[in-house]
Design a protein around this ligand. Structure first.
Ligand code: NCD
Length: 311
């Protein structure tokens, strides 16, 4: 059930996910019109609270709320009173005093959005919490795959790289397994530990063990900011075992989809010719992110919210 908040794909079932993706498909049409704005959330207030860096996710939420005519206010930790020692709860109490309808939060601590969702009446959307989840990225990834592949049941998706520290990977894994896809993960041992198998994925060691036989390859950035130095060999060595270049891509199915949540470290996990090549759907992911975020804001705050209404 889609309730007050969107905290993770762990909490949604396949029907919820399809409902969000179907709604997103309808909202995609709004962004193709000359006037790209609908009055759906007029008079509603959406706050974007980013305690960690972001480009895509923040711009996308900001634009999604604006295209639905909500009033949007945003702050980032680097320019807010967080720098002066204010705690997350105190910041949230001050936001609450302004009576928002939804708060979109990105935070370095896993569980931060869940804490706010329990404590306050407004909707909380998780825009990435530590290494836990990034549900809107998971949903936009699923939408991009569904567009190209249709039903994902039985499809094979490889996630390659720093899977352990990636909240994107975790949300993708929950979403893909709920929709019946098979997920293979490959990465260095420290970034792909055996515990990941508990999430229902198959573990491999190198990209060469997965590349030939998958419908989608999702490449991940090494989350250097979440790693100890000892966990990482040189970028050149990493690219040799885990990077996707044209030689490896030639061994993949000719219709394979190459995906990446961004930001890309060009020449490390993805060769530039692959990132910009014809199998890449990386910018479609970004376009779909806007539609997914419009759909979620609509489902949580729009007229149909809480009544099972639809777009
Ligand atoms: C990711 C994130 O912040 O989790 N980026 C994103 O939101 N698209 C992935 C990353 O930082 O590597």
């Amino acid at each position: 059930m889609i309730g007050k908040d969107i905290l993770g794909l762990r909490d949604l079932d396949a029907a919820d996910i399809h409902r969000i993706l179907d709604t997103a498909t309808r909202f995609r049409a709004v962004s193709e019109r000359a006037i790209k704005k609908v009055p759906t959330l007029r008079g509603r207030t959406v706050v974007t609270a980013f305690f960690e860096n972001s480009t895509r996710t923040r711009l996308s939420f900001d634009l999604a709320a604006k295209r639905l005519s909500a009033d949007v206010l945003g702050f980032s930790a680097s320019t807010s009173s967080t720098r002066k020692g204010e705690t997350l709860m105190d910041t949230a109490r001050n936001l609450d005093a302004l009576k928002p309808d939804a708060v979109i939060i990105r935070h370095g601590a896993a569980g931060a959005p869940h804490m706010l969702a329990r404590a306050f009446p407004w909707s909380v959307i998780n825009a990435g919490d530590g290494i836990n989840e990034h549900p809107t990225q998971g949903l936009l990834d699923l939408l991009t795959m569904r567009d190209h592949l249709g039903d994902l049941r039985g499809r094979r998706v490889a996630i390659v790289g720093d899977v352990f520290h990636s909240r994107v990977a975790r949300s993708d894994i929950f979403g893909l397994t709920k929709l019946g896809a098979r997920v293979l993960v490959a990465g260095p041992g420290t970034m792909c530990p055996p515990e990941l198998a508990e999430l229902g994925v198959e573990l491999r060691h190198t990209i060469d063990e997965v590349i030939e036989d998958v419908d989608v390859v999702m490449m991940l950035r090494i989350q250097r900011e979440r790693l100890g130095r000892a966990m990482m060999a040189s970028s050149r060595e990493y690219a040799r075992f885990y990077g996707l270049d044209l030689d490896r891509l030639r061994r993949a199915r000719p219709d394979v989809l190459v995906m990446h949540p961004g930001p890309i470290n060009r020449g490390v996990e993805l060769a530039p010719e692959v990132a910009d090549g014809e199998r890449s759907v990386i910018l479609e992911q970004v376009t779909n992110g806007l539609a997914v975020r419009m759909a979620l804001l609509y489902l949580l705050l729009g007229r149909g919210a809480g009544e099972g209404g639809d777009a």
